[in-house]
Structure formats: structure tokens, C-alpha cells
Design a protein around this ligand. Structure first.
Ligand code: ATP
Ligand code: ZN
Length: 300
């Protein structure tokens, strides 16, 4: 099915863990939509060439592969599982364009607390319940482990209690659900977070330029979230020691201080955490009047 080339259609989760952060991200990037009513499945872009399709997260990769949507915001876990599922079919291939730094979790193997775990080969001949049969199958195959995969849509964590499996492979974030079910995490198969996904070939029409603009704006928001502007003064002799504590600042601006030949102003855009420890280290290295400012917008 061909898609109109003058608009981008973005699929995201209708309701669930990823929906609010995904909407916030688009809002921060300046994209607005005509309806904010979550019950509406299609929202037209208001003053922008981007429209939203609100669906179950599991459907997002296929909507992209079938050319119904151009982009999607979805967990890496779902993207990779569906990409494996669609492998060898006539559907377009999928790719991860950008990690989005929310929805963090991991796909892990877990076994009952009482089990003495020596390594993945302990799973030989066992039954493992999961909603990610493709990712688990690939993991087992790579290690030559012969286990039965019990594919379940949900409630994986109680499969062992129900006698359906000996181990599980499921998403974990805090680990509290595993503990509550008497399980321990033994191996991590995949570190996941929400990502921006699309087909793995260019559109070959006007959407390529729309996508480049879209990515630049999202990238700007991601950088803003991580960025802080540090302002301070230091002496000429201490400058190098202070700059060594700013390795993430691409091109710090160094300027003279009016009426003081020995002093310099330092202005640095930092892209990783500016902690109190770092500020204290800068002070010890000779920085004075340290000031940390949030960044509101960035466009490279
Ligand atoms: P849907 O109705 O859209 O199918 P769902 O129940 O499959 O919703 P959610 O529970 O909202 O989905 O999870 C969506 C995504 O959030 C997951 O695929 C995963 O990428 C991420 N996530 C982050 N932490 C967790 C967690 N602790 N458990 C499950 N998913 C998590
Ligand atoms: Zn789902």
C-alpha cells in the first residue's frame, strides 16, 4: 500500500507505559495534534505534517512494515521480537532510528529462588514461559540449548506456580514482580527502552525530508533533556584543570574578564549529568561563581 508522501504518520501506544512519555516528547518537539482525546485512534497534526495513530504497542512494528504508518514509538523489546517474527515474510525490514530514554526495562530469564543456578545450560530440557518466543528462541539457539518455549500472551510470571513452566523469560524493571512471585533474575537477554522505529530503507519520496526534520527536532529535545549550561570564572593557570572536568562540553567558550587580566569566563554546554560532586571538583580545581542553567531549546 502506498502512503501519501507529504505527511508522516507516527504510530504510538494508545494507553500504557509508553503513551504519556511519547506524547510529551512530541509536544516538547513542538508537534501538536487536533485532538488530545485518547479514545480517538487518529489525530491530525495541527500546523505540522505529522499525524498520530494510537494503537496497541504490539501492533506498531507490523503497521510500519506494512507501510500503514511511517514511524513508530515502541519498546525495543517489541520491535526486535516482531522484526524476528516478520523475517522471511514479504514485509519490509525494520530498524531502530533512535533510543528515546524512557520505558527502560530488560528482558530477563528468571527461575524459582530455590533453584541452584549455574548458567544458561541449566535450561536444557526445561520449559520456559514467555511472551517473547522469537527473542528467547534466538538466545537459546545461539547457545545450543534445547528447551521448550511456552508462548503466553500475558501473566508469564505465574506460569511456574501454575505448573506450566520451569523458568520464565519476561520484562523486568524494578524486579519487584519477580520477588513477589518467588523468582530470581538469572540472565539478561536484552536491555530495552522506547525507541523510534521505521522501515530499514529510505521512503524515496517527500517523506525522507520530513523524517530528517522530525529526527532533528526529536534529537534536539533529547539533547536538551541531558544538557546544562555551566557558567563560571577561573584563573588562567587553573583553566586546564577546570576544563578537564568538562569532557562532555564540545567547544567551551573562554572569554576575558573586564578589569582582571588573570581571570577568565568559562561557558560550557554539558551533555551529561552535572552533579554536586562535579561542581565541587570544579571548585577545588579553581572555578568560582559556578552557575548551572537549564537549556530550553537546541537546534544543531
Ligand atoms: P498494550 O495494551 O499496548 O498491548 P502492554 O500491556 O503490552 O500494552 P505496557 O505494559 O504498557 O504494554 O508496556 C509497554 C512497554 O513498556 C513494554 O513493551 C516495555 O518496552 C516497556 N516497559 C518498561 N518497563 C516495563 C515493565 N516493568 N514491564 C513491562 N513493560 C515495561
Ligand atoms: Zn502490548
Amino acid at each position: 500500500m502506498s502512503r501519501p508522501s507529504d505527511r508522516l504518520r507516527v504510530a504510538m501506544q494508545k494507553s500504557g507505559r509508553l503513551s504519556d512519555p511519547a506524547r510529551n516528547l512530541l509536544k516538547q518537539a513542538g508537534f501538536q495534534f487536533r485532538s488530545n482525546d485518547k479514545d480517538q485512534l487518529f489525530c491530525y497534526g495541527d500546523g505540522c505534517a505529522v499525524d498520530l495513530v494510537l494503537v496497541r504497542d504490539d501492533d506498531i512494528p507490523q503497521l510500519i512494515a506494512e507501510n500503514v504508518c511511517d514511524l513508530g514509538i515502541v519498546g525495543r523489546n517489541v520491535l526486535q521480537e516482531k522484526a524476528l517474527e516478520l523475517r522471511g515474510t514479504s514485509h519490509a525490514g525494520l530498524q531502530e532510528l533512535m533510543p528515546l530514554a524512557f520505558g527502560g526495562c530488560r528482558l530477563s530469564l528468571a527461575v524459582p529462588n530455590g533453584l541452584d543456578w549455574r548458567g544458561p545450560s541449566d535450561l536444557d530440557g526445561r520449559r520456559i514461559a514467555t511472551s517473547y518466543p522469537e527473542l528467547l528462541g534466538e538466545y537459546l539457539q545461539a547457545r545450543g540449548i534445547d528447551a521448550d518455549i511456552v508462548a503466553l500472551k500475558g501473566s508469564v510470571e505465574i506460569a511456574i506456580k501454575l505448573g506450566k513452566a520451569d523458568a520464565i523469560c519476561d520484562l523486568v524493571s524494578s524486579g519487584a514482580t519477580l520477588v513477589a512471585n518467588g523468582l530470581k533474575e538469572t540472565e539478561i537477554l536484552l536491555q530495552s527502552e522506547a525507541v523510534l522505529a521505521c522501515q530499514n530503507t529510505p521512503f524515496g519520496d517527500g517523506r525522507d525530508a520530513l523524517l530528517a526534520d522530525f529526527l532533528a527536532r526529536i534529537d534536539g529535545v533529547m539533547k536538551v533533556q541531558a544538557s546544562k549550561l555551566i557558567l563560571c570564572q577561573t584563573g588562567k593557570r587553573e583553566l586546564n584543570a577546570v576544563l578537564r572536568l568538562l569532557p562532555d562540553a564540545a567547544a567551551p567558550v573562554i572569554s576575558p574578564v573586564w578589569g582582571d587580566d588573570e581571570a577568565l569566563n568559562v561557558q560550557a554546554l554539558c551533555t551529561s549529568a552535572v552533579t554536586w560532586q562535579r561542581l565541587e571538583a570544579m571548585k577545588s580545581a579553581g572555578a568560582r561563581g559556578l552557575m548551572v542553567l537549564p537549556v530550553e531549546k537546541l537546534l544543531a
